[in-house]
Design a protein. Structure first.
Length: 246
C-alpha cells in the first residue's frame, strides 16, 4: 500500500483546507519544493500535488510549482486540480507528472478521461460528501452518486480512483472506512484513500481494510498529520507495511 504525502498548493504555498473550505486554510510551508524534498528524503515513493487555485477556477496558477517539484525530486508525482481539457493534462505530463488526476472533468466530460487514459497514466478524483460527489474545487454538488460514478469508470483505462470524504478532510478524525469499503466493492480499480488520517492507527486500519470481495486499498494520501508531526513519513511507511496490510 503506497503512501502519498500531500502538497496542496494555493498561491504558491503549501496549505491545507479544513473540510474543503477555502476560508479555513492553514499555511504550512512557503516553499513547496523544499517540502517535496523533505518528503522524498524521508522515503516517500509518491507525492500527491494539487493545484487548489486551478481546482477552484480552472486556471493553472501553480503549474510552475508543480514542474519545479517534479524536477527537484526523484519520486513519482501524482497531480491534479483544474485539469479540464487535454491541453491541461498534457502540460502537467510535460512538467514531469507521473500521473494526472481528473476530478470535475471526469464528471462533466467522461469521454475526456477515456481519451487521456488511452495515452497517459490517469486517475479519477472522486470527492464526496457522503455519497454525493462534488465538483469545482468541492464547491458544488454534481448530483451524482459516488458508487455509480466509480462503476462508470471501470472500463475507461484509468489507473486508480482517488476517493476523498470531504467532511473528514483536514480534520484528523479518522478516515471513512465504511465508505471506502463500499467503493472497493463497487469497482475493480485501484482505490487511493484520502481524508481524515490523524494517527498511525488510522493507517494500520486502512492497510488492513478488506472489502467483502477481499480487495485492499492501493494507497493513502496524508497531509495535515504529517505537517503537524503526528507521525513521520518513515513511521507511516512502517505502519502500512505491518502484517495484514497490502
Amino acid at each position: 500500500m503506497d503512501l502519498y504525502p500531500a502538497i496542496d498548493l494555493r498561491g504558491g504555498r503549501c496549505v491545507r483546507l479544513f473540510q474543503g473550505d477555502y476560508a479555513r486554510e492553514t499555511v504550512y510551508h512557503d516553499d513547496p519544493v523544499a517540502q517535496a524534498r523533505v518528503f522524498a528524503a524521508a522515503g516517500a515513493g509518491w507525492l500527491h500535488v494539487v493545484d487548489l487555485d486551478a481546482a477552484r477556477t480552472g486556471h493553472p496558477v501553480n503549474r510552475d510549482a508543480v514542474a519545479r517539484i517534479a524536477s527537484a525530486v526523484d519520486v513519482r508525482v501524482q497531480t491534479g486540480g483544474g485539469v479540464r481539457d487535454e491541453a491541461a493534462a498534457e502540460a502537467l505530463f510535460e512538467a514531469g507528472a507521473a500521473r494526472v488526476v481528473l476530478g470535475t472533468a471526469a464528471l462533466e466530460q467522461p469521454a475526456l478521461v477515456a481519451r487521456l487514459a488511452a495515452r497517459y497514466p490517469v486517475a479519477v478524483g472522486l470527492d464526496a460528501r457522503g455519497r454525493d460527489v462534488a465538483v469545482r474545487g468541492w464547491l458544488r454538488s454534481s448530483g451524482h452518486d459516488l458508487l455509480d460514478v466509480a462503476r462508470g469508470f471501470e472500463d475507461q483505462g484509468v489507473e486508480a480512483l482517488v476517493v476523498t470524504e470531504i467532511g473528514r478532510d483536514g480534520t484528523l478524525e479518522g478516515p471513512d472506512v465504511e465508505g471506502l469499503a463500499e467503493v472497493l466493492d463497487a469497482t475493480s480499480l485501484d482505490v487511493i484513500a484520502s481524508g481524515g488520517v490523524g494517527s498511525l492507527d488510522d493507517l494500520r486500519t486502512l492497510a488492513a481494510l478488506r472489502s467483502r470481495r477481499g480487495r485492499a486499498l492501493a494507497g493513502v494520501i496524508v497531509g495535515r498529520a504529517l505537517y503537524e508531526e503526528h507521525f513521520t513519513v518513515a513511521e507511516a511507511l512502517a505502519a502500512l507495511a505491518e502484517p495484514g496490510g497490502r
